[in-house]
Write a protein that binds this ligand. Sequence first.
Ligand code: HEC
Ligand code: HEC
Length: 281
Amino acid sequence: MKLKTITAIAAALFATTAIADEDAELVINGDLEIVTKTAAPAHLSDALDEIMSGWRFRSDGTQAMQMDDFDNPGMAAVDGAAEAWATVEGEKGKSCASCHGDVAESMVGVRAVYPKWNEKAGEVRTLAMQINDCRENQMGAKAYGYTSGDMAAMEALLSVQSRGMPVNVAIDGPVAATWEKGKELYYTRFGQLDLSCANCHEDNYGNMIRADHLSQGQINGFPAYRLKNTKLNTVHDRFKGCVRDTRAETFKPGGAEFIALELYVASRGNGLSVEGPSVRN
Ligand code: HEC
Ligand code: HEC
């Protein structure tokens, strides 16, 4: 076991029996090759040699659902969002398509580089923030709830346009301070269990925790369709669940802490393919 300095209570949570096939390769629809394991980005070289998508840690049955879009329950939401893309909403009488045209042309590669710096606004923007900025300020429409089904579906539609492309989030320049803040959060121990993200997803990936096979907690697969709650889940929903599992008060979805954490966690996946919408348990 690669247990590091964690409390005895926390250590008792982990066991080493692995069940899933960590060596499987993901090819979607028989032709779209997805990089689910690759060399860790330079900034992680002290911590990890290799980075792996959460797909590698799921059971054969769950893995299979992501290998064909007809079996991927997250794809229904993509169809819904494609309709929303072309639907006029708000005071300005516009749809996403009015300005951006065909989503399959205008949005290629976008998901791969978010969160990213927005020069005009002078802020780090997640994809969800950008979608809502367009809804409110470009369309005069109501913002989607940050972790709502509509938001998750729109993120899935955008994600599909980048599937197979490498995650390539910038960590320097104007985003550097936010990235450092996210990194600090990742290594901070939370809650009664006194566990950090790293205690589970860096020190113990590959091990079992209760009935779950621990992954590296990557977000290249988001939004993720979870069999547990039978819907698409956003990144901040997942962060919230994980912080709660340590029995700590969680941060607010869409708040500064989770935005910084999202940037940092995204950068830990630089080099993995965008694979959302993914299927997880
Ligand atoms: C007590 C252990 C534990 C801690 C601490 C923890 N997680 Fe998790 N996390 C899990 C488990 C269990 C899962 C579900 C199995 C898996 O994918 O690892 C999970 C899943 C995830 C996933 C989904 C991965 C995927 O491919 O679907 C992400 C992202 C994630 N965690 C991020 C985080 C972040 C960020 C933190 C720190 C705020 C954190 N986790 C803290 C246990 C933990
Ligand atoms: C009135 C025109 C307009 C409408 C309508 C509009 N957008 Fe935008 N969108 C823009 C502009 C302009 C930018 C560049 C904004 C910036 O850099 O601040 C942008 C940027 C984006 C980006 C970031 C692209 C990148 O390369 O980083 C995304 C994603 C996006 N829009 C999604 C949407 C979605 C989804 C909708 C519908 C809900 C939508 N937009 C509606 C004008 C529009």
